[in-house]
Design a protein around this ligand. Structure first.
Ligand SMILES: Cc1cc2nc3c(=O)[nH]c(=O)nc-3n(C[C@H](O)[C@H](O)[C@H](O)COP(=O)(O)O)c2cc1C
Length: 206
């Protein structure tokens, strides 16, 4: 089996992390680097990652995360937040993100126009905009989880939280929101049997 498929088989949504076992610093840094290198729509990189290491803050977050033990027991806890203001069309940030490609100014203007058209129906609604930036975070999180599995590090993506409460506890700046939480560490219990639909059930060829 390829190393990639081995990692896919190793990865599972870890329910109980060993609270005593720490991920070596350089390995966790490489997991964060995988997030940074992940693709995003139009290359806007809307994600802003918060690594929660403070035990008191973890404890404060737990009740708003369905009391899931991963919040306090995982070696590292990453909260994917997004900056939804900077990615609005026409901002300095958007212009800089296109300009950094080294394009001539007319090409930058063209990109800005295409971007504006694309984003218009999305940015007119705060929830749609939050969902759009959140989608980018899910790609980064998926890459991080699979990469972590190559290092025999366990993970759990966490959507089971009260968004408003978590945002209030983190005291996020205006226009920022929480997309997803991901816990990283080491399993206590063996992986349970994997349940999946069959290929026939989910894939159609036309
Ligand atoms: C976006 C997302 C959110 C999830 N949220 C939670 C969660 O809050 N708590 C949890 O224990 N598992 C959570 N899971 C894990 C899923 O339940 C799990 O991936 C699924 O049942 C398949 O099991 P496996 O990942 O172990 O193969 C989440 C998974 C995804 C992709």
């Amino acid at each position: 089996m390829s190393e990639f498929l081995e990692a896919m088989a190793f990865r599972h949504a870890c329910k109980k992390f060993d609270a005593e076992k720490q991920i070596p610093a350089e390995q966790f840094e490489s997991i964060l680097e995988v997030a940074r290198l992940s693709p995003s729509s139009f290359g806007m990189e809307p994600w802003r990652l918060i690594v929660v290491r403070n035990a008191g803050l973890r404890k404060a977050l737990k009740p708003s995360c369905w009391n899931q033990t991963q919040i306090t027991d995982a070696s590292e806890l990453v909260i994917f937040t997004t900056d939804n203001n900077v990615v609005r069309s026409g901002t300095r940030y958007v212009k800089d993100m296109f300009s950094r490609r080294g394009l001539p100014s007319e090409a930058v203007e063209t990109y800005m126009g295409v971007y504006k058209n694309y984003l218009a129906p999305i940015e007119s609604d705060e929830v749609l905009l939050e969902n759009w930036t959140a989608k980018q975070c899910y790609i980064a999180a998926a890459n991080m989880m699979t990469y972590a599995a190559t290092l025999k590090i366990d993970t759990c993506p966490i959507e089971g939280f009260d968004k408003e409460n978590v945002e209030a506890i983190l005291d996020l700046p205006e226009g920022h929101s929480v997309a997803l939480i991901c816990a990283f560490g080491y399993r206590v219990n063996p992986q349970s049997e994997r349940k999946r639909l069959t290929a026939e059930q989910i894939i159609e060829y036309r």
